[in-house]
Design a protein around this ligand. Structure first.
Ligand code: FEO
Length: 171
């Protein structure tokens, strides 16, 4: 049986992951309407991935005898100045998610809940990947600056990255 403290922490994270899915969907939608097809494809995939993260937490919590409950979410931002601003936000958001996962991990140690701690390892590794990907993309965007040809090239790369991303089925 899972403790109330761990259950509450996981429910907070379920909300975070669902919010992440919506943030990335909103960013994808903005990119799509600005002709940034690759960035849109990448962010739509990222949004799918976040929903998979959310589901992973929901299933785990219910399997452990807790109760996964959804909560109200804020409206994601709809206006962006540039693709640079989008990926700056992606990185900032992933850093926030990493901190949130670390916080749950600290609670599992306090509560001596090593099963949940073990489950969280997957997310700890995933966050290394997510932050590193966001960093790499951001570096490239910073490098090309306002150069249209450079941005077009990056958009193509993002399209290829999106096509290569496979979301594993959870159930
Ligand atoms: Fe579910 Fe991008 O962290």
């Amino acid at each position: 049986m899972i403790s109330k403290k761990v259950e509450e922490a996981i429910n907070r994270q379920i909300k975070n992951e669902e919010h992440s899915a919506r943030i990335y969907m909103a960013m994808a939608s903005w990119c799509e309407t600005k002709g940034l097809r690759g960035a849109a494809a990448f962010l739509y995939k990222q949004s799918d991935e976040e929903r998979m993260h959310q589901l992973k937490f929901v299933k785990f919590l219910n399997d452990r005898g807790g109760y996964a409950q959804l909560q109200a979410l804020d409206t994601p931002n709809a206006e962006y100045a540039s693709v640079l601003e989008i990926f700056q936000n992606v990185l900032r958001h992933e850093e926030f998610v990493t901190a949130a996962i670390n916080e749950i991990y600290a609670i599992t140690i306090e509560e001596k809940d090593y099963t949940t701690g073990n489950f969280l390892q997957w997310f700890i590794n995933e966050q290394i990947e997510e932050e590193s990907t966001a960093h790499t993309i951001l570096d490239k965007i910073n490098l090309v600056g306002d150069d249209k040809a450079g941005l077009f090239h990056i958009d193509k790369e993002l399209e290829a990255m999106a096509a290569a991303k496979t979301i594993p089925a959870l159930v």
